[in-house]
Write a protein that binds this ligand. Structure first.
Ligand code: HGY
Ligand code: MN
Ligand code: MN
Length: 402
């Protein structure tokens, strides 16, 4: 089945009629439908499917069962709420199409080739980015993971059981001994479109990034009868903190976003008692990230003192700086005509970054995104560039698995 046919197959799954965005929350029905589709496509290609107790899947093309190690590719099938079509699935479908192309070339890999689909890469349901690959590599304590809940208070293991899985959280041997991992991903930015005029790029590094929960506590009161000076309004403290975060990020050439807010009691005519807001912070260096987050926390605390409210901050996810394996990156960037693909850094986190941090040589291929928009229904890549990505991935797998 061609890449385009697979793309058309998967496109309707989890797509909102209203916005055109995707709702493929991990272990929810749409994401499970994507996982089942992936398993069928692997079976159609006689790829040997393996899975771990975290919900991760890896399918193997292993012509010679006696050869260990392997070259693994793949990405994730989950999306952020109302996300784009490409972030994640492009890497998984391109991997399937790359195997098809290698077989059309009558290529037989000496090393096994694996295709991975990691769960909860977005951290959009349980709050920890790259949850599946972190658990698999031992980068996340399974006890902590078992206590993670979603916005409805559903625990991770229960969500997995409800989806028909048998949760066994923790480090797994799914990718033990592999030679390297190469993830193809839509670019979440415009470097390729705006500056490189190239359909495909190679990853050099991932910025460190963190997610912190800010709990602002005030006093619920009547919106009409409470004088402005008598209020202890956590929404005000939150709002001033959001402004401070934006300013600090601009000053530092970094990124800071409050994209998710929960207000209690969330009533139009009541001063809130409680506001919870989640900060996504990113910076080019780990020191810069820590300094910016500390500054924002200090400013929130100072503002709380003025508003007669309280604030507490809990770091929920931290991803250190990732430098991809330079030798692997340059091997992958080298085109057959002797020229080199552009090598670009990304501010977006990826499973490849988690595997690199776990000591697996990792690399990324990026497919041009004309607008750079991502985590939005507007996310887009031209079909010709997606096809170029499949060829680049097939060439890379052929080079690495020979
Ligand atoms: O949020 C990120 O950086 C990635 O898209 N998961
Ligand atoms: Mn992604
Ligand atoms: Mn994403």
């Amino acid at each position: 089945m061609s890449f385009e046919q697979m793309w058309r197959d998967l496109a309707p799954v989890g797509r909102s009629q209203r916005s055109g965005g995707y709702h493929r929350s991990p272990f929810g029905s749409a994401e499970r439908e994507c996982a089942a589709w992936f398993e069928e496509e692997c079976a159609r290609r006689s790829l040997a499917l393996t899975r771990d107790g975290n919900g991760n899947l890896v399918a193997w093309w292993r012509p010679d069962a006696s050869v260990d190690g392997g070259v693994v590719t793949g990405s994730h099938l989950d999306s952020v709420a109302d996300g784009g079509a490409y972030d994640g699935p492009l890497g998984v479908l391109s991997a399937l199409a790359a195997v098809d192309l290698l077989r059309e070339r009558s290529f037989v890999p000496v090393k096994p080739i694996g295709i991975a689909a990691f769960v909860e890469e977005e951290g959009s349901r349980f709050g920890v980015a790259c949850l599946g690959s972190r658990l698999m590599t031992g980068a996340l304590d399974p006890q902590r993971a078992a206590e993670l809940t979603d916005g409805e208070g559903v625990f991770l293991p229960d969500a997995m059981s409800q989806a028909g899985l048998d949760p066994e959280l923790g480090r797994s041997d799914l990718l033990d001994g592999v030679d390297c991992f190469v993830e193809l991903h839509v670019e979440q930015g415009r470097e390729l479109a705006r500056h490189q005029d190239a359909p495909i790029g190679v990853g050099s590094a991932i910025w460190p990034h963190s997610r912190s929960r800010f709990d602002f506590t005030g006093e619920a009161n009547h919106a009409g009868t409470t004088g402005m000076e008598e209020r202890h309004d956590p929404m005000l403290t939150y709002a001033m903190t959001a402004l401070a975060a934006n300013k600090q990020a601009r000053l530092a050439g970094a990124r800071a976003t409050f994209g998710r807010v929960d207000v209690r009691p969330n009533a139009t005519n009541a001063v809130p008692s409680h506001v919870t807001a989640w900060l996504d912070a990113r910076s080019e260096t780990e020191g810069g990230l820590a300094a910016m987050t500390q500054d924002i926390t200090r400013m929130a605390t100072e503002r709380a003192a003025r508003d007669g409210t309280r604030v507490s901050v809990t770091e929920e996810s931290l991803s250190g700086a990732v430098r991809f394996d330079p030798e692997l990156a340059s091997r992958i960037a080298a085109r057959q005509d002797g020229t080199s693909r552009p090598v670009i850094a990304t501010m977006a986190g990826h499973d490849a970054g988690v595997l690199a941090a776990a000591g697996i040589p990792a690399a990324m291929l990026f497919v041009r995104n004309p607008t750079g928009v991502s985590h939005s229904p507007e996310e887009f890549a031209e079909m010709a560039d997606c096809q170029a990505g499949v060829v680049a991935l097939a060439d890379t797998l052929q080079r690495l698995a020979s």
